[in-house]
Ligand binder design. Structure first.
Ligand SMILES: *Cc1c(COP(=O)(O)O)cnc(C)c1O
Length: 393
């Protein structure tokens, strides 16, 4: 039996079946390449869903993380933590926001944003102004509350009762958002580009009108950048493309470069909303994870690097459009959705995987979230594999 089959067997016998997996076990990786348990090489344009923002085992990142690992691996939040404070300072400075809360995942970052929004409103307006409007087709996480926040009926099953107080509006339809707003609304939560929902890029007018409505009515604007943040779209934060300023900003996936981190940032007017014992988490602010994130920022938060992300995204999409069978491509930076003529993205993703290209899907699209430092040659190589697969079927 191959090593891979052994691992697949072990998984099947011991891990809850919550994931539809490709029949591949990954063992190691370097840069944009991963190696399977039996030595097969893969070019990975999914980066662990946008997590390995500098690819596998980037030298500088490994050094920063191991250095911290050899210094102190964890401390509780009863004590001050230099790495977390430095990371918070950088995130606040670069986003124009004022305070950070560190958790361990995107869902936790969003939970924090929801709690801050509701407490701000409770403190100022009392108990009944607690509704949050989110968009259809959004994705905000898997906890019972963030499932409620997620505007897709398929997620509102089995786990009743879900958290109350969420209303849904149509993306790119400002009237629909306006109609959902009432005296009870405390926040509007959006992704500037819906990732899991299928790389849906919000119109600039839609986003700016929401921001304006929010500031008129003291409704908080929560921008979920768990997927779009940290350079993915060619700006450090996707909201910068829209010229708005969120009251609450959440980040996770790409921030740690491969280690689990989530952060909720809040604006100046919200900086004192949370007080001791209103929120917390044991693992949040882990210094090893923060050291990894500081390294990621030291590379990504750089104008030249971000311009390259834009250029590489454009280069990639231009090439993708030349593949016969590709119907359309949507992208911002290196967040890319590919629509196929035959509408068979799932089948094609599986075929690509067999052919050594790790690519994922979102709804009916193929999706690429390659490492932000992918080279033009590696892009060529990825496109070549995709072309072979798509044009042969
Ligand atoms: C992935 C994702 C989440 C959830 O993040 P987890 O780390 O899986 O909890 C939330 N919002 C968006 C936009 C995401 O893409």
């Amino acid at each position: 039996m191959s090593n891979q089959d052994k691992i697949i067997g072990l998984d099947n016998e011991n891990i809850m079946h919550t994931y539809g997996r490709y029949p591949v076990a990954l063992k190691s990786g370097k840069g944009v390449f991963a190696k399977g348990a039996d030595g097969k090489e893969y070019l990975d344009v999914s980066s662990g869903i946008g997590v390995n923002s500098l690819g596998y085992c980037n030298d500088g990142w490994v050094q920063a993380v191991t250095e911290q690992l050899n210094t102190i691996q964890h401390m509780s939040n009863y004590y001050y933590n230099e790495k977390a404070s430095l990371l918070a300072q950088q995130l606040c400075n670069s986003s124009g926001l004022s305070r950070a809360f560190f958790g361990n995942s995107g869902a936790e970052a969003n939970e924090c944003a929801i709690k801050v929004a509701r407490k701000y409103s409770f403190d100022k307006y009392g108990e009944n102004r607690n509704e949050i409007i989110t968009l259809n087709n959004s994705f905000h996480g898997r906890t019972v509350t963030t499932l409620s926040a997620t505007g897709q009926d398929v997620f509102h099953n089995f786990f009743f009762p879900f958290t109350d107080g969420f209303k849904y509006a149509q993306p790119n339809d400002f009237e629909s958002v306006k109609n959902a707003v009432s005296d009870k609304t405390c926040a509007i939560m959006i992704e500037c580009i819906q990732g899991e929902g299928g790389v849906n890029i919000m119109n600039a007018d839609f986003v700016t009108e929401i921001a304006k409505l929010c500031s008129e009515k003291d409704i908080l604007l929560i921008v979920d950048e768990v997927q779009t943040g940290i350079g993915r779209t060619g700006k450090l934060f996707a909201f910068e493309h829209f010229g708005i300023k969120p009251d609450l900003l959440t980040l996770a996936k790409g921030l740690g470069g491969g280690l689990p981190i989530g952060v909720c940032l809040c604006s100046e007017k919200l900086k004192d909303v949370m007080s001791p014992s209103t929120h917390g988490t044991t693992f949040g602010s882990n210094p090893v994870v923060c050291a990894g994130a500081l390294y990621v920022l030291s590379v990504v938060n750089n104008e030249n690097f971000l311009n390259e992300v834009c250029k590489k995204g454009d280069y990639l999409c231009e090439k993708l459009l030349k593949i016969e069978g590709v119907k359309s491509v949507r992208h911002k930076g290196l967040m890319v959705g590919i629509e196929l003529e035959l509408d068979n993205a799932k089948e094609m993703a599986a075929k690509c995987t067999e052919n050594g290209l790790l690519i994922i899907t979102a709804k009916n699209l193929l999706r690429m979230l390659p490492p932000l430092n992918i080279t033009y040659e590696e892009i060529d190589k990825a496109v070549e594999i995709l072309k072979t697969v798509v044009e042969n079927k």
